[in-house]
Design a protein around this ligand. Structure first.
Ligand code: ATP
Length: 587
């Protein structure tokens, strides 16, 4: 399959195309694919009906009917691509040789995302092992089409050793599916560190300084390329950093990526980036942002690699903001004024939080601290660029980054393997059958949902349901600017819980959880659930399941509030946030 270089790609150049063009393009893409799926289904139904009729007349058995070849439900272009795909993705893919799904042998399911399943497969023609990312359109809404379309457009633009390469597209005649073919990568960083993100906050593997430098150099080089090509990834996290047996790291999963042009700023959704790696400006609702969002995530990963565990494992957006302020300090007055962040009034603490990054990471190599300080700057303008990070003393002083090929060899490790191993270990420890099943399911669900970047509609479905109800009850609030752009399911006005009188999740007024032993989770489980249960209650488990568990709780609380007219949600929101920052008043 050839490389994607098309006229279409040049039309997608962010300097040439505005957001409205892209939106229109995605809508067209979505409509084209929907029509095709509908048409295919209808076509197949009609064809099957005709065929059944013929069979009945001829007196054939149903078994004979099943053996008849299915009709080709759509026309293929001269080059063999289904016309709907050409309509949707332009003439660029004409350079590629179309492949049929049955020319690959599926070997194993290796990953699951919100919009896709990922399989290890053998290319039956070349014998090469590949990863097939299967996107289904028939039982998913236009969302999946939209994400897939954008992912393909973005991937076509990128060509770098540290960015996953889209090798081709495969359509299946038998199902409404499209496969993205990628080179196969044996590991992901979350699996290598030993703690699948969202699965555990226990101590994972620590790498040596040269190894950390090697991973970070590759990550920042890949990011530098993306940013230079006008692409923001918007979901940098361990499980999206794939590593092959040669130690080469490649940034993957561009499902949330977008084109951007620093010279022609446009509003974008703030509901991107997985919670633990999400920068403060997005949590505070920023819709104008840039490369700083990816650099913040890179900073979280750098500290995670050096410390051996995620540095800010928040369970909710409120908790995440709090963790960030405790570590990085709250924004300066100047930044609050300059940034005009939509949620500033709600999240701004009365007393500023002091930054203590250097203290928290005092055991890290000296040369890493200036880089961590820069990448974890509250003001995105202070984070610099991927290029400046690569030029920092972390990379230019000894010990230097090791060669990728000298990275330790391990058996294939992916986040999904960590889940499987952990569940197996629990089974062997003799956890009772029923509890085990429940727990195993919960773990998988937690990964399935939590692993997805939190903004994805699915991950926040319950929260969104609450907020939709909240909006209905608060028409004034739903007039907000962010309601108009981006679309409600993605907008930035929904980044915090505001449901019950007591607030579903809050931090204690006298939160003493943060200390120099920042990594000790025993001391950082300061989240206090208030509300119907009454009184503070500690988290039962240190395993973080961001968004999902609290959202369920929100739903319950909302149910209560929506049947209790006196509990006005907007004031409840304020009350809950006032608890977040202690007994201080909300400004
Ligand atoms: N090229 C590849 N080689 C090996 N494994 C891969 C490859 N691409 C993806 N995977 C595995 O599949 C998982 C899911 O892939 P990906 O993140 O691209 O899908 P997604 O639907 O966007 O997922 P999510 O909802 O978690 O963002 C990855 O975490 C990874 O473990």
């Amino acid at each position: 399959m050839g490389c994607v270089q098309s006229k279409r790609a040049s039309r997608d150049d962010p300097s040439a195309a505005g957001e409205s063009d892209r939106q229109r393009e995605l809508e067209e893409l979505s409509n084209a694919l929907k029509n095709v799926v509908k048409g295919r289904k209808e076509g197949m139904e009609v064809a099957r009906g005709v065929e059944r009729e013929k069979v009945t007349r001829a007196g054939d058995s149903p078994a004979t009917e099943r053996r008849r070849p299915r009709p080709e439900p759509y026309l293929r272009s001269q080059r063999g691509w289904p016309s709907w795909l050409l309509d949707a993705l332009g003439d660029g893919i004409q350079d590629w040789t179309p492949r049929c799904a049955n020319s690959f042998e599926k070997l194993d399911k290796i990953g699951q995302g919100t919009y896709s399943n990922v399989y290890k497969a053998r290319d039956l023609i070349t014998g090469k092992i590949v990863a097939l990312k299967k996107v289904r359109f028939d039982n998913l809404g236009p969302e999946s089409v939209k994400f897939m379309g954008r992912e393909i457009l973005v991937l076509r633009k990128l060509n770098h050793p540290n960015v996953i390469k889209l090798e081709g597209l495969v359509t299946s005649r038998m199902s409404c599916s499209l496969y993205l073919v990628f080179e196969y990568m044996e590991h992901d960083l979350a699996g290598l560190v030993g703690h699948g993100s969202y699965l555990s906050t226990s101590q994972g593997r620590k790498f040596t300084e040269p190894q950390v430098k090697c991973f970070m150099k590759q990550l920042l080089s890949g990011l530098e390329h993306c940013h230079n090509q006008g692409v923001l990834h918007r979901d940098i996290k361990g499980s999206n950093l794939l590593i092959n047996n040669e130690g080469i790291l490649k940034i993957a999963d561009f499902g949330l990526a977008t084109f951007f042009d620093p010279d022609r700023r446009r509003p974008m959704t703030s509901r991107v980036v997985t919670l633990w790696y999400r920068p403060p400006e997005l949590l505070l609702g920023a819709t104008y942002y840039g490369v700083g969002v990816d650099l913040w995530s890179a900073g979280c990963i750098l500290a995670e690699l050096l410390g051996g565990k995620p540095i800010m494992p928040g369970r909710t957006e409120v908790e995440q903001v709090h963790k960030i302020f405790k570590l990085c300090g709250s924004p300066s007055e100047e930044y609050w004024k300059k940034s005009k962040l939509p949620h500033a009034t709600i999240f701004k603490p009365q007393q500023p939080y002091k930054r203590c990054v250097a203290e928290a990471f005092k055991d890290f190599p000296c040369s890493s601290l200036p880089l961590i300080e820069a990448l974890l700057s509250i003001d995105p303008d202070d984070r610099g660029t991927a290029t400046s990070a690569l030029n920092s003393e972390f990379f230019t002083t000894e010990p230097y980054a090791c060669e990728p090929s000298s990275l330790p060899k391990c058996p294939p490790t992916k986040e999904i393997d960590v889940i499987k191993l952990r569940d197996e270990a629990r089974r062997q420890r003799g956890v009772s059958g029923k509890a085990n099943v429940v727990d195993g399911n919960r773990r998988v669900r937690a990964r399935d949902r939590g692993g997805r970047a939190v903004p994805a509609p699915e991950a926040n479905a319950e929260l969104q349901a609450n907020l939709d109800k909240w909006r209905v009850m608060n028409p004034a609030n739903s007039e907000s600017k962010s309601e108009k752009f981006p679309p409600p399911h993605q907008d930035g006005a929904v980044g915090f819980p505001h449901t019950s009188r007591n607030g579903p999740v809050s931090f204690g007024a006298t939160d003493t959880s943060f200390s120099s032993s920042f990594f000790n989770l025993k001391h950082s489980t300061s989240v206090r659930h208030t509300g119907t249960a009454g009184g503070p209650s500690k988290r039962k488990s240190s395993r973080a399941e961001p968004q999902t568990a609290p959202s369920r709780r929100f739903l319950r609380l909302l149910k209560t509030s929506s049947t209790t007219p006196s509990m006005h949600p907007s004031s409840k929101g304020k009350e809950s946030v006032s608890e977040v920052f202690g007994s201080q008043k909300v400004k």
